[in-house]
Design a protein around this ligand. Structure first.
Ligand code: SAM
Ligand code: SF4
Length: 361
């Protein structure tokens, strides 16, 4: 008979270690990213080709009950305190509200509800924001790289900017704030738009964060020399605004470096802007994430190729403690850093075996 559980890595965490998701570099993962689908209704050029990708067959995807079971194991046995739903496009998942409600009803080790958030392109959010808030969703992060309709259509291959803006407004109105807007700047496409994006976000009351483009596209087209990096984003913003860095002590494990924005030195504070320099200033040493793909694989890191099959365990009848133990074993092996900006480092280039949309951004 086949063994129920795949063997754990020989160097699994010592039994005396914390019951949570500790790794051998001393980090503990408490932030779970759950991908609910690898599909999407946009085709952002840096993420998906216009024809789409080879979607995962339905039979390989976790159903709603399986997703909730694994989230329950993570929150109730493994110390996870934050759950973010992503994809692909998580709003394409019919059971999203049910999954959010079941997650919000869980209790963390310190007796609270886990924080639940959604990373979304905001298409359809206008209709669903109130329901998601009622289900217990705490916050929304939306992706928007331009506020110019023709550029939006060029970047996403869909003429839907109006729907996205309506979705953002609905999220804010439903109390899913502060609404954070993530933008990727692409050389020759929207790399001149950073100050305009910031002016728009400040006026709308959204927290804008720029993300460096990462080597996570399906076609391997990422080119380090073309990437608009954090330094360039900040220089561009400084042409219109005065920026003051938030003290590092306030940042914690957040990937975003925050800047306070003023019109000029000593001027009125207008808000903040974030920069997520995943490539040039990686925050691996403070990483507190663990990831679950839509087909039930645990990923200890976005980069690299290692996946640990919880779906197989779940479908042969593993107990919650066996699932938790396998998850702990997976995280124990987390690499110290992804080194995607260092072509000479071991494991580089750590180009992942699956694109971002299939892992969960
Ligand atoms: N569809 C949802 C969305 O767009 O927010 C969730 C999934 S998407 C993969 C999550 C985030 O990853 C988005 O903010 C998107 O801009 C970002 N993203 C996708 N590919 C990227 C890349 N190669 N480099 C940096 N960010 C990327
Ligand atoms: Fe879809 Fe998000 Fe990828 Fe854009 S970034 S194609 S919205 S998954």
């Amino acid at each position: 008979m086949e063994p129920l559980l795949a063997p754990l890595p020989a160097d699994r965490p010592p039994v005396t270690a914390s019951p949570g998701l500790l790794d051998r570099h001393g980090r503990t993962a408490t932030d779970l990213r759950v991908s609910l689908t690898d599909r999407c209704n946009l085709r952002c050029t840096y993420c998906m080709p216009p024809e789409g990708l080879d979607w995962a067959p339905a039979s390989t995807l976790l159903d709603d009950d399986e997703v909730v079971r694994l989230i329950t194991v993570a929150v109730e046995r493994l110390g996870v305190t934050e759950v973010r739903f992503t994809g692909g496009e998580p709003l394409l998942r019919r059971g999203l509200e049910r999954i959010v409600a079941a997650t919000s009803a869980l209790t963390t080790a310190d007796g609270r509800s886990p924080e639940t958030s959604l990373t979304t392109n905001a298409l359809g959010l206008e209709r669903r924001a109130a329901g998601l808030a009622a289900a217990g969703l705490t916050r929304v992060n939306a992706s928007l790289d331009t506020v110019r309709p023709e550029r939006f259509a060029a970047i996403t291959h869909r003429d839907r900017l109006g729907d996205v803006l309506a979705g953002l407004r609905a999220a804010a109105d439903a109390g899913l704030g502060p609404v954070k807007v993530n933008a990727v700047l692409l050389r020759g496409t929207n790399d001149d738009e950073a100050p305009d994006l910031l002016s728009w976000a400040l006026a709308e009351g959204y927290q804008l964060r720029f993300i460096e483009q990462m080597p996570l596209d399906p076609h391997g087209a990422w080119d380090r020399s073309l990437m608009v990096d954090a330094a360039e984003v900040l220089a561009s913003l400084a042409t219109r605004y005065h920026l003051e860095p938030e003290p590092a002590s306030v940042r914690g494990s957040s990937p975003a470096e925050l800047w306070h924005v003023r019109r000029g030195e000593g001027g009125e504070p207008l808000g903040t802007v974030g920069v997520i320099a995943s490539v040039t200033r990686p925050f691996c040493a403070d990483c507190d994430r663990t990831r679950l793909t839509a087909d039930g694989q645990v990923r200890e890191c976005l980069f690299g190729s290692r996946e640990h099959d919880l779906r197989a365990l779940l479908r042969v009848g593993a107990t919650d403690e066996q699932l938790a133990d396998a998850w702990r074993g997976a995280m124990w092996g987390k690499v110290a850093g992804h080194g995607s900006d260092d072509p000479s480092a071991v494991g580089v280039g750590q180009r992942p075996t699956r694109p971002m949309s299939a892992i969960g951004g």
